[in-house]
Design a protein around this ligand. Structure first.
Ligand code: C2E
Ligand code: MG
Ligand code: MG
Length: 699
């Protein structure tokens, strides 16, 4: 931006004086406008907007004072420097000059050089004043945007200057003339005292201060006090207070804090907040000092939600959270939180032994034993509580809480409210084994054992050939337990002997009933345990007893033994197997391919059938090598003249491959899952109708 040459308007009715001034100013580089009376000066001012005006007082028509007033009244002239030339020693004229708005005066007849310097000074001073106006305007704008006000007080606290923002926060300030004490009394009493203390410290030692305070109206302020920059330090220093309204910020912070740390439904602390408190508590405990953490899981919410909807469910959560809260002890070091869903957590340093923790759990269960009511509904809830103890059950707040949660989840299947203590994975496995073992005693007597029957088919025509008896255990609390899990336990505890002979008896009885009812000659396959095989006499006696008492022909019974059992068989066992075979009972090698029997060895075994392990069948879909392995197995079986049964057929492709490569029989989910007796009978009835049951075991 190029600066134009400064213009100076000079008005004087004295033509010579005007000419002298004009020549001098022009030689100093100014552009000069000349007027010989007041009204001409006003016209020239309006037309040319000069940067500086010099007016003689005495002029015909309109004098200098009137012209000055008229120029000041225009918007362009409000701030322009105006110099009035009075006669020497005319003190009245000086006063009138200022009254009419002149910036300064000078006496007529000063030297041209002085005149030039005077004009230069006025212009410089005008420029810096303008710059100050602009910067103050900017400051004001920024302060208003940030809601920061400033307030300058003297050493006694009296207002020297106060900005609009402060006045709007403290309306009493303007009317009462203003003292810092006004702000102190508008604050909440404690904050007011803090402000006055900080002010006193400033008075004594010029200590700057910064504090947050709340107005009695509820607004939050941030107040910062510093000695006004540039103010004299020797007793006359003034204090500048920056006062900011931070209510919105505080509200946003409080909201963010609430959202981050509290559950919006129950208003209780959430997981994050609970972990914070718990970590703090753990940090404050002496080494080795115990602390209990409990997680409560409410049971019955889903039912309520399904029948009455989410609103009832929410109300139930709120009501039960209050009940649990009331049932737990809330001393200094306690915390209670809503983790989400029907899960709540509690910890307390007062709850410092497993016995105390258990009594808290019992209290909660007792309170929740009564029905909970809401608007138009009544519901019953169960509660399962997981208890962990610091420091043994987790190394920090997170693991403690997680362990308490999984412990609480463990109790979810019990029929009543319950509490459990944490156990590590190893401990849990050991506990489960103990649970299973003690539950297995008497399982047979209590009628918890039953048999399922998985049909076996001829692959070429899907003719039903037989069924494998598979043991099932359904415990009222543990639920249904897999034979893979409970058979080893029954073996270790010796219970397998009684169970094994029951299975033989039951399977034969059932098969005999099918024979009688459907006239079929279905074979029943019974799995035999290695433990049974170790006492071969008992096995033979059990088999004979079962056949005798049920009337099932020996040819309709097949015993399944694994390869490993065969490899470890004693000569006594082998003799027993030969004996059984000679009676017409067939022997199948179960899970064939998973053991390591050599071809030569296989040839000498008393075996009629190979049950190809399901792992080979499922591999068929996965890789091509598997096809060759299966073909080899089928080749071996063919060479040894053994029947083959493929286990675990799940897809039509597997079935097709096996059939194509000479596997005669198979079982698997594709053909039929293990069935309850009545379902197998339905299948038999159907097969009977289409004539698909085989009447002999021959291939
Ligand atoms: P296993 O004798 O090899 O029995 C076959 C297992 O494979 C059964 O499991 C059966 O349900 C399952 N299965 C059948 N078809 C398919 C299929 O298409 N896909 C898959 N993935 N699996 C299939 P289950 O009933 O759990 O029996 C497991 C094991 O428990 C049996 O293996 C057997 O070793 C043992 N077991 C079962 N009942 C008795 C019993 O009465 N006495 C003895 N000692 N052991 C038994
Ligand atoms: Mg089997
Ligand atoms: Mg098997």
């Amino acid at each position: 931006m190029t600066k134009r040459t400064p213009r100076v308007l000079v008005a004087d009715d004295d033509a010579v004086a005007l000419l002298v001034a004009q020549t001098a100013l022009e030689s100093a580089g100014f552009e000069v406008l000349g007027a010989d009376n007041g009204s001409a000066a006003i016209t020239l001012f309006a037309e040319h907007n000069p940067e500086c005006v010099i007016l003689d007082v005495m002029m015909p028509g309109m004098n200098g004072f009137e012209a000055c007033r008229a120029i000041r009244a225009t918007s362009a002239g409000a701030n322009v420097p105006i110099l009035i030339m009075t006669s020497r020693d005319d003190v009245d004229a000086v006063a009138r000059a200022y009254e009419s708005g002149a910036t300064d005066f000078t006496s007529k007849g000063i030297s041209s050089r002085l005149m030039i310097e005077r004009v230069r000074f006025l212009l410089r001073e005008h420029q810096s004043r303008q710059a100050l106006v602009v910067s103050e305007g900017r400051l004001r704008m920024v302060q208003e945007m940030a809601q920061v006000g400033h307030w300058e007080v003297d050493n006694a606290g009296h207002t020297l200057h106060v900005s609009r923002v402060v006045c709007s926060l403290l309306p009493a300030l303007e009317s009462a003339g203003g003292h810092l004490a006004l702000l102190a009394s508008a604050l909440r009493s404690r904050d007011g005292r803090r402000l006055l203390e900080a002010f006193r410290a400033w008075q004594e030692s010029r200590t700057p201060f910064r504090l947050e305070a709340e107005l009695r109206t509820g607004a939050n302020l941030h107040i910062q006090g510093t000695t006004t920059p540039g103010a004299d330090a020797a007793g006359t220093a003034t204090l500048t207070l920056a006062v900011q309204d931070i209510s919105k910020l505080r509200r946003a912070q409080q909201r963010a804090y609430r959202l981050a740390n509290f559950d919006s439904l129950t208003g209780l602390p959430n997981r994050a907040q609970f972990l914070d408190t718990l970590a703090g508590e753990l940090g404050s405990l002496k080494p080795g000092e115990p602390l209990g953490v409990l997680v409560f899981r409410l049971r019955g919410l889903e039912r309520l939600q399904q029948s009455l909807g989410q609103a009832a469910c929410d109300a139930a959560l709120v009501n039960t959270s209050r009940l649990i809260l009331d049932a737990t002890v809330h001393d200094g070091g306690a915390a209670f939180a809503h983790l989400g869903g029907g899960e709540f957590a509690y910890c307390s340093s007062g709850c410092n032994s497993p016995a105390l923790a258990a009594s808290v759990a019992r209290n909660v269960a007792r309170v929740l034993a009564a029905p909970v009511t809401g608007q138009g509904w009544t519901a019953n809830f169960l509660i399962s509580t997981g208890i962990v103890m610091w420091p043994s059950d987790g190394e920090n707040a997170e693991t403690l809480l997680e362990n308490a949660r999984t412990t609480a989840a463990r109790g979810m299947s019990t029929a009543e409210s319950c509490h459990e203590f944490f156990a590590s994975d190893d401990q849990q496995r050991a506990l489960r084994l103990l649970d299973l073992e003690s539950a297995m005693h008497g399982a047979l007597e209590r009628g918890e054992l039953s048999l399922a029957y998985q049909p076996r088919f001829r692959l070429a025509n899907r003719g039903l050939r037989g069924a494998e008896a598979l043991l099932r255990w359904n415990h009222p609390v543990l639920g249904s337990v897999s034979p893979m899990e409970f058979i080893p336990i029954a073996e270790d505890s010796g219970l397998i002997m009684a169970i094994g002979s029951w299975v033989l008896q039951e399977a034969c009885r059932q098969a005999a009933a099918w024979h009688a009812r459907f006239g079929s000659h279905l074979t029943i396959s019974v799995n035999v345990s290695a433990y049974q095989l170790r006492v071969p006499r008992t096995l033979v006696e059990d088999v004979l007893a079962a056949l005798r008492s049920t009337g099932l022909p020996a040819s309709a019974l097949e015993l399944e033994l694994t390869e490993t059992m065969m490899i470890n068989a004693t000569s006594e066992t082998l003799a027993a197997l030969h004996e059984l075979r000679s009676l017409g009972i067939s022997i199948a090698l179960d899970d064939f391919g998973t053991g390591y029997s050599s071809l030569g060895y296989l040839r000498r075994l008393p075996v009629d059938c190979l049950k190809i392990d399901q792992s080979f069948v499922s591999d068929l879909s996965a890789d091509e090598g598997a096809e060759r392995v299966l073909q080899a197995i089928l080749g071996i079986a063919g060479a040894l003249r053994l029947r083959t049964v493929a286990e675990g057929i799940e897809t039509p492709a597997q079935l097709e491959f096996l059939n194509k490569h000479g596997c005669l029989e198979g079982q698997g989910f594709l053909l039929a899952r293990p069935l309850a007796n009545h379902a197998l009978e339905e299948l038999l009835a159907e097969s009977e109708a289409i004539g698909a049951t085989g009447s002999s075991n021959a291939a």
